[in-house]
Ligand binder design. Sequence first.
Ligand code: PAF
Length: 282
Amino acid sequence: MKIIKTVDEFAAWRNRQKNSIGFVPTLGALHDGHMSLIKQSKKKCQSTVVSIFLNPTQFAQNEDLDSYPSTLDQDIHNLDFLSVDILFLPNEKEMYQNVSEVKIPSSDLFNKLEGKSRPHFFYGVTTIVAKLFNVIKPTHTFFGEKDAQQLFIITEMIATMKYSIKLVSCPTIRDKNGLALSSRNSYLSTDDKKQAAIIYQSLMKVKEGLDQGISNPNKLKDIFKKNIVTNHNMKIDYISIADIKILDEIDTIKEQKVLVSTAVFFQGVRLIDNFIYRLSET
Ligand code: PAF
């Protein structure tokens, strides 16, 4: 694996490539969720590029930019093991001074769900992802379904900015108790992680309710709340049942596809998870 730190060196490599290039953008602190995206890229594309860039603009002042987990040596080892072709490892100067500014069309999706609690977040994410797309010029890019709203927003951005990049969405990877893998899980002890699996278990109670034909979203949200508060240390930021296209809360579940998503604070860590449900499929 080659490690490239500058845009100029990357451009020289990129100009020599004729075939498909899969791109997996990351903040580092890689886990099996990232590895599954990389494996998909390796399957579908001739070359795979992974970026590690801890993007400051997607963190608010009160968030964990300074303490965000960093495991660079281990990340390099794991990427090498998977025979990734290029690790793009720019610093802030490279991304913010040596890559042209991008103008991201604003979207209604930015201010829903995660955007309500983290208003800065999708502006930071879309700006850096567009800048990375402009440098990497991938044919394919791989995003995880755990960050469902991010995935929808990047899909929309690819369409509105007319990138010819195919976005491949990849299923959430979970630990054996069901907790969705996230770099932030490293803030939790082994016992905390076991307890945090209640988030997924509570979502699955909602799914059972849907399977049984409960169509009132408030009843379904109550099922989630009642289940999760059995652990007194869980604090719900939101539980949402939203239309998958516009991410607005829905009044009655009919035949549309819905996104059931949540953010929960536990031991000072904000954990998110979701599932997609289509009533007519059952
Ligand atoms: O999902 C992430 O890890 C980040 O939001 C991303 C896509 C790498 C942008 O910084």
